[in-house]
Design a protein around this ligand. Structure first.
Ligand code: AMP
Length: 374
């Protein structure tokens, strides 16, 4: 199967080709025809499966196919995402795939000034990508309207629930036209997600491409058992001896991320932290430095790491194991993406043995133990 088989217009096919994709991923194969058909969709797909293109491409096709007769530019597609990083990433995809189409898009999220966003909204946008809180703010102030909305996408809905956005989401949905297409993407179908979906989707097509909690098969996963006090030294050594040029390291807390970043810097390894207490500018700067190879180690907390799209990330390290076993699957989903091989290493101290057991239970298999010549 190729992208041509979907009947997408040439402008989109050219953009897909420019992105270097030749074959649709499983989620794309299943979601694109359903979305083009106008169906509602409930999709279980994790990051790394190609889910962003799976909804962006057919949505662009639909928007391009029907332009408002009055020549105005009301918001016709809304994409809601839990984090600024994910929203920004989706916007990048919309711009890349839509570069040959006469459609305008904007991204709005909190933590930055309102005015530039207001100016952008006033000029008219066909596609709006937003985090829930800031979007509601704009709607309350009358900076934009959604009364001519045709489709809405909720991306990483499970994370939105985890982050406490449920009320915002419900409030938002009430403001959308009843007659619309709704797509909901989530890493897993929990009962909470099903409840949310049942209230807002109509006869949805259901797709489940990432069997729940199955870690990407292209990721080699290893566990190093060691004392907490040894972690930093072992991490520095792994990076140096493996000559890793780009590694994403997860810590459980913001404080832990800051500490580790300082220590790695002391060890002569360029590192930057990315977490919820950092300003948007600081996060963008850290991510940008990392993508361009200036920062070798990016230290992140789970929530901050959501929505980071870094191509071909070869190494992910769990400096601390996450408290929630599912987060392990999300973390290692940052490597081995879209067919690239990756390695995920977990540094496990004795007091984390229980967390490790929980993860192995979830994965339904033990993880390989590796020797540390610490
Ligand atoms: P996502 O699941 O949307 O976060 O996408 C994961 C990664 O896969 C992104 O880096 C995309 O650029 C890439 N990607 C999306 N679709 C394809 C495709 N059909 N072939 C190869 N890579 C893809």
């Amino acid at each position: 199967m190729t992208f041509v088989d979907f009947g997408l217009r040439a402008e989109l096919l050219d953009a897909i080709q420019a992105s270097g994709y030749t074959t649709p991923t499983p989620i794309q194969q299943q979601a694109i025809p359903a979305i083009l058909n106008g169906d509602d969709l409930l999709a279980a797909a994790q990051t790394g499966t190609g889910k962003t293109a799976a909804f962006t491409l057919p949505m662009l096709e639909r928007l391009a196919a029907s332009r408002p007769a009055d020549g105005k530019r009301p918001v016709r597609l809304l994409v809601v995402a839990p984090t600024r990083e994910l929203a920004a990433q989706i916007h990048e995809s919309v711009k890349a795939y839509g570069k040959n189409l006469p459609l305008r898009s904007a991204v709005i999220f909190g933590g930055v000034g309102m005015q530039p966003q207001i100016d952008r909204l006033r000029r008219g946008v066909d596609i709006l990508i937003a985090t829930p809180g800031r979007l509601l703010d704009h709607l309350q102030r009358g900076n934009t309207r959604l009364d001519r909305l045709e489709s809405v996408v909720l991306d990483e809905a499970d994370r939105m629930l985890d982050m406490g956005f449920i009320h915002d989401i419900r409030k938002l949905m009430k403001q959308l036209p009843k007659q619309r297409q709704t797509l909901l993407f989530s890493a897993t179908f929990s009962s909470d997600i099903r409840r949310l979906a049942s209230g807002m989707l109509q006869n949805p097509v259901e797709i489940d491409v990432a069997p729940r909690n199955s870690a990407a098969e292209t990721v080699a996963q290893k566990v190093y058992r060691l004392e907490k006090s040894e972690k930093r030294r072992v991490l520095s050594r792994l990076i140096r001896e493996g000559d890793w040029q780009q590694v994403l390291v997860f810590t459980r807390t913001k404080h832990g991320a800051n500490n580790l970043t300082r220590q790695l810097d002391k060890d002569g390894l360029s590192a930057a932290a990315i977490h919820g207490n950092k300003s948007q500018t600081a996060r963008v700067k850290a991510l940008d430095g990392f993508k361009r190879g200036k920062v070798r180690v990016l230290v992140a907390t789970d929530i901050a790491a959501r929505g980071l799209d870094i191509d071909q990330l070869p190494h992910v390290v769990n400096y601390d194991l996450p408290h929630v076993a599912e987060d392990y699957v999300h973390r290692i989903g940052r490597t081995g993406r879209a067919g690239n091989e990756g390695e995920a290493i977990s540094l496990v101290a004795p007091d984390e043995a229980k967390l490790l057991k929980g993860i192995e239970r979830l994965l339904k298999r033990p993880l390989d133990r590796a020797e540390t010549a610490a």
